[in-house]
Design a protein around this ligand. Sequence first.
Ligand code: PPE
Length: 311
Amino acid sequence: MQPDIWFNGEFVPHDEANIHVLSHVIHYGSSVFEGIRCYETDQGSAIFRLDEHMDRLINSAKIHRMEVPYSLDELNGAVVETVERSGMEECYIRPVTFRGEGPMGVNPLENKVETFIAVWEWGTYLGEEALEEGVDVEVANWNRTAPNTLPAMAKAGGNYLNASLVKMNAVKNGKTEGIMLSTDGYLAEGSGENLFIVRNGTIYTAPVGLSILPGITRDAVITLAEEKGYDVEEKVIPREALYIADELFFTGTAAEITPIRTVDNYTIGNGSRGPVTKELQDAFFDIVKGGNDPHDWLTFVDVGEPAEATA
Ligand code: PPE
């Protein structure tokens, strides 16, 4: 039995959480969403950085002029309830706000704004062995959307047409992922992950102004790296810096911290996970698996007894 879905303030059975084909979102991609993980830590199940994710959802909605009729506290509560009700000790959480029914046409201002929260089981994002062995990637031949085309700080459904083109090409080329460049050719991010470079002991990542999604895992990794004494620089980085990097890795809710072992068939470092990547993974997993939480990033939930689904 699939867990119930929180839909506009109520729980509905998984199979009944449907929308009409004439919803605005179907025609124009008008949704904003989040991806959040709930981990089974040594100290109970806990959601990683719930507040930051739901705050980003509200801001994504604001950028697209969608009025979400719930406060941050109400949304956080709804996520906790959805997870607890599912009884799943570990899950991926997908809150979505979208433009629903109303007049047809591009103008969405009169369309209903709807919100749902679903949870499902999601293992490693970039393959079983990826976290240890690393992935093979390519530089994408589609650029990341330019800053004044689609707002990248909004995690909007429509943005992912760009991401899907990148991902499909990568898969068709036998790679795991594509790295997008900005329209003027600088490193941006993966189709669903931020990108980090390690070179001579310094850690580099693209600045938010280059149309990247300001990732919450990216922010966590910057914090953890600085605590470990690394210098982390957010700067404009040329493509070829990839090929001469000591280490490369992706960060994201789904991808966690995934090493990259080749780019465009260039071997990165010694072709496997590097020591800095490993050190940051260890720090990250000590929080999300160990349940140690010095930054107050975890929201512990009680998934003890699964509630009866409303079937
Ligand atoms: N960039 C993009 C384009 C992106 O989609 C994500 C998350 C990130 C960076 C990392 O952001 P954060 O999760 O806040 O650290 N991608 C989500 C969706 C993946 C999907 O296939 O769907 C995710 O990781 O949940």
